[in-house]
Design a protein around this ligand. Structure first.
Ligand code: TXA
Ligand code: MG
Length: 316
């Protein structure tokens, strides 16, 4: 039987206070968390995840009033954005204060901050009494976790995993930077350009890619099996009877060995919610290769295609 959730949160909060690592659910994906103010604890995350030291972590807080403990709010519009989208799947990059150790931000002068929209995550941050630095709880480059069982697959050695069920958004937060003329998206998520434009114009600037962070790498989120985007050409080349299809429209399901229907009625948000879960299921099944149905690159479709293209990159 599963332990009472409040008990799990208490255990995890005590471990965080002791400088240990715990996995916990957010609304997007599970995170691998440590006290963001404890450099030695954060170093363990990099080690466990086999994450390159140049890939900075996101810091999670539970209240807007905590932003200025760790970062400089250099533009009042930041509060407009934060009030509108937090708690929620949005990370804002801000100039960091010295209290945040350099290891968290990979030496960058900025820190990514978000308030997750998940009561377990919020309780955990509150009870730990510190901001929590947490990347997604997968080994570097692998499929992001949307269930506690996915975390277990990667980390048998983590100090504790809070099981909060399946996440409700399913893909990682949208990451933005605020320039003097508006916002710039660094990683796409379910909060879209259009949503953000209601509060702030889109910036005409484009930051040079100073870091080769996971969100910006060409290859990432990869299953341990061959992974392809569906196309007419691909269908003519593969043996469907040994392949798995991650399906959106349902139009191509015939003949595949295994089909995971990610949406019942062409609902793009539902596709996002289920995409990583479907990738895990396919990875753990007996199919030989995995095919995923692409979608139009607009709105949330942009975030989905970003993940799918990166997962497929090394199998091109
Ligand atoms: O939804 C999410 O954001 C999840 C949950 C756990 O909150 N976290 C997550 O973390 O996706 P992670 O480590 O998988 O991705 C963090 C990415 C980095 O790879 C980098 O692209 C970006 O956030 N990032 C973090 N700090 C940054 C900074 N100071 N400047 C630019 N990008 C930054
Ligand atoms: Mg990640």
């Amino acid at each position: 039987m599963q332990m009472d959730i409040n008990k799990q949160i208490n255990i995890a909060a005590n471990l965080i206070k002791e400088g240990k690592i715990v996995a916990f659910p957010t609304e997007t994906v599970y995170g691998l968390g440590a006290n963001a103010l404890n450099a030695a604890a954060v170093a363990k995350i990099f080690e466990l995840k086999q994450r390159p030291s140049f890939d900075p972590l996101i810091v999670h807080i539970d209240d807007i009033s905590s932003i200025e403990n760790i970062a400089y709010v250099n533009n009042p519009k930041i509060y407009d954005i934060a009030k509108k989208f937090w708690p929620g799947p949005l990370t804002i990059i801000l100039p960091k204060k010295n209290i945040i150790p350099d290891i968290v931000t990979s030496g960058l002068p900025t820190v990514g901050i978000r308030i997750p929209n998940n009561h377990i995550a919020l309780e955990l941050i509150k009870k730990s009494g510190c901001p929590i630095a947490a990347p997604s709880a997968n080994k570097f480059g692998k499929i992001s976790p949307t269930r506690a069982i996915h975390v277990k697959k990667y980390f048998s050695d983590v100090d504790f995993i809070i099981d909060g069920g399946k996440t409700t958004v399913g893909i990682e937060s949208t990451i933005i930077k605020i320039n003097d003329d508006g916002f710039e998206i660094l990683r796409f998520g379910v909060i879209t350009e259009n949503d953000l434009s209601q509060i702030l114009p889109k910036s005409s600037k484009k930051t040079e890619n100073i870091i080769q962070a996971s969100g910006m790498m060409k290859s990432h989120y990869s299953p341990n099996k061959k992974f392809y985007l569906l196309s007419e050409d691909l269908l003519s080349r593969i043996d469907k009877s040994s392949a798995g299809l991650i399906s959106f429209t349902g139009k191509y399901n015939d003949g595949f060995k295994k089909v995971i229907q990610c949406s019942q009625n062409n609902n793009i948000l539902e596709y996002a919610i289920n995409i990583f879960d479907a990738m895990h299921q396919m990875e753990d099944s007996d199919v030989e290769l995995i095919v995923a149905e692409p979608v139009e690159e607009i709105g949330i479709g942009k975030a989905i295609m970003d993940r799918l293209k990166k997962a497929a990159y090394q199998h091109k």
